[in-house]
Design a protein around this ligand. Structure first.
Ligand SMILES: [Zn+2]
Length: 299
């Protein structure tokens, strides 16, 4: 089984706990991912809401430098890079070009509250005029805007710019709001729009986004997969587990080594193998190929 995951916060955790990627006590390590035939990952560098925009920009390079020094030990593994929370741009569009040169290929526009780009899921605000320029510049640079964490208004406004530019958007880690009512989750309309525009959506393992119940296991994950499938999402759904960004995954999952259990459960429910393969790797691989997204790390 191949694995391609759209979202984890492991790089920040590595720096914070002075650990490497090869082996560590986090949710994600290359050693534990080695149970899969191939392993591909989008690593996000998160903008901390407690830090200023400029501090986050400086912190981004600290995290990347640390990761780059650790990744020297595994030269064959090139991560896809993302920034989670565009506040680090602090109104300076040129910073986006610098991030792109460093290797950033995905930008989660907002994370929480309202930043220079616009409003996140816990607000009713849309994109600022700078935010609109950022989305347009992303398309010039071939950075994919990631609408996870966006407010509903920011989602629709960014989507409209994508349509005008004939470019896709993704939601790297967003579950279904119909299955679990949470503002971080996507409405059916939003999910269908991502399907229509050729984007991808990752299923997250964040418990509060999976179920309101205390009892959160793999069946809660499957409920979101099934619902997205019912909306025509067989070429859209991926995994975007948010490992190392969440406290506790569902109870049968300790880390990346256990994600295969989601596939085992889908097999038990008689899902065809090609559908499970789409979810675990093929949809994400196809998206990267179609949009010419190539991982790079230039430090
Ligand atoms: Zn997130």
């Amino acid at each position: 089984m191949k694995l391609f995951d759209l979202h984890c916060d492991t790089l920040s955790q590595m720096l914070q706990t002075s650990q490497d990627l090869a082996e560590n006590n986090l949710h994600v390590s290359l050693k534990r991912a080695s149970r899969y035939d191939t392993y591909t990952q989008i690593f996000a560098v998160w903008s901390n809401q407690q830090m200023s925009d400029d501090e986050n920009y400086t912190r981004f390079f600290e995290i990347i430098n640390y990761a780059a020094s650790e990744l020297k030990r595994t030269p064959d593994f090139i991560p896809y890079l993302a920034v989670e929370g565009g506040k680090l741009l602090n109104g300076d569009l040129l910073r986006l070009d610098v991030l792109h040169k460093t290797g950033v290929r995905f930008l989660t526009l907002v994370w929480s509250d309202t930043c220079c780009i616009g409003g996140a899921h816990n607000t009713d605000n849309g994109l600022s005029s700078f935010g609109r320029d950022v989305v347009k510049r992303c398309f010039d640079l071939n950075i994919i805007p990631d609408l996870s964490h966006a407010s509903d208004r920011s989602f629709y406004e960014a989507y409209e710019i994508a349509l005008l530019n004939d470019k896709p958007v993704i939601a790297s880690h967003s579950n279904s709001r119909t299955v679990c009512h949470h503002r971080r989750n996507l409405t059916d309309d939003m999910f269908r729009l991502i399907v229509d525009i050729g984007g991808i959506t990752g299923i997250s393992l964040c418990r509060p986004h999976l179920t309101k119940s205390e009892n959160c296991g793999i069946d809660s994950v499957v409920a979101h997969i099934e619902h997205y499938m019912s909306l025509g999402g067989e070429k859209t759904i991926c995994l975007g587990c948010d490992l190392d960004g969440i406290d506790k995954p569902p109870y049968e999952i300790n880390g990346i080594e256990d994600l295969y259990k989601i596939g085992t459960e889908l097999q038990r429910l008689n899902y065809p193998n090609d559908l499970i393969e789409n979810l675990f790797s093929a949809n994400a691989e196809d998206f990267m190929k179609k949009n010419n997204i190539i991982p790079e790390l230039n430090i």
